[in-house]
Design a protein around this ligand. Sequence first.
Ligand code: ZN
Length: 411
Amino acid sequence: MQINEKQLALVADRISALIKSGSFYGKKLEEAGITSVESPEDFLKLPFSEKKDLREAYPLGLMTAPEEEIVRIHSSSGTTGTPVIIPYTAKDVEDWAIMFARCYETAGITNKDRIQITPGYGLWTAGIGFQAGAERLGAMVIPMGPGNTDKQLEMMQSLESTVLCATSSYALLLAEEIQKRGIKDKIKLKKGVIGSERWSQKMRDRISSELGIELYDIYGLTEIYGPGIGINCSENTGMHYWDDYIYVEIIDPKTGEVLPDGELGEIVITTLVKEGAPLIRYRTHDLSRIIPGKCSCGRCYPRLDTIMGRTDDMMKIKGVNVFPSQIEEVLGGFEEISSEYQIRISHLDGKDTMRIYVETTGDHDFADLSKRIAEKVKSRIGFTPIVKVVEVGVLPRSMKKTARVIDERYD
Ligand code: ZN
């Protein structure tokens, strides 16, 4: 989706603020010879930014507004290397709450709801974002933070929480605990707002059926406000994102080329009004696509598909970008096979070959199953793989997703 005039004017304004402040990123733009953007073509010439660039700005190099206007910082979890510090002005904090309240509204949540928040508070953007949005909406917040399952369930029953905000793994843990304790009839939950890490359809179905709730995927990342920049509506056809606050592009992660709507690639985000730390063409490394056309809910906000994984997972086979999650999704549609699979990519006689190993029981015709799976995979990724069906238990068991893909090519 090409950047529109209004968005372009906002980007131009952010670029001049970045340069004027002499912030880390402003200097980078200046070095690249950027002074302004006047056309969509100019915009496409802007350099991408990456997490590693932001790390270099540690601690406060990203600060673009005057210090007296900065009211808070957040930090991305620096499990590897230096963390990224993002300064927020009062307006940034308010904008984030406005976007978050819009997320709740899009999920059909109102000021009559009681929202139990289980993501963490503190440097991390999650908990406080869920809370600020809920307060703005006028709902009742139950700010639990993570862990302490006994207390969570006690409050959930006593206060009759109607909305659960959680990561998918914690939502699943709570669902299993509720079932184990036989307290489902005491739980009044109607909806779950779940952080948009990649989670399988099977997990989603389990949480939804065990808790008897509708699930909503909320998207966001610390570098860009935090969670709350997009969420799916009840039509469940992708996440609406707020294009008055962010401009989204999808690029080929290998070449950096901007892809047309509908094609899968890396999400790149430009903030349009952020003051504390504006970001221009920030590479998220999250994989998705822009869903073309308008949602049947009638909202005009564009849509991103469910996050399909990370760019690091991408494989280029026969010139086509393939993601393990695409294969996994196709395989998930076959009830005859187990949850285990293995993908092997090799290069023989000048050609790439993809073999997919799946498991089934002796009750099924291996050859027929192999043919059906190959056809389905082809319709999804564009070329036909070799599908090898083996007996259940033959494939190695591993907790790690990466071990499922073995690239034997020499290049
Ligand atoms: Zn919609």
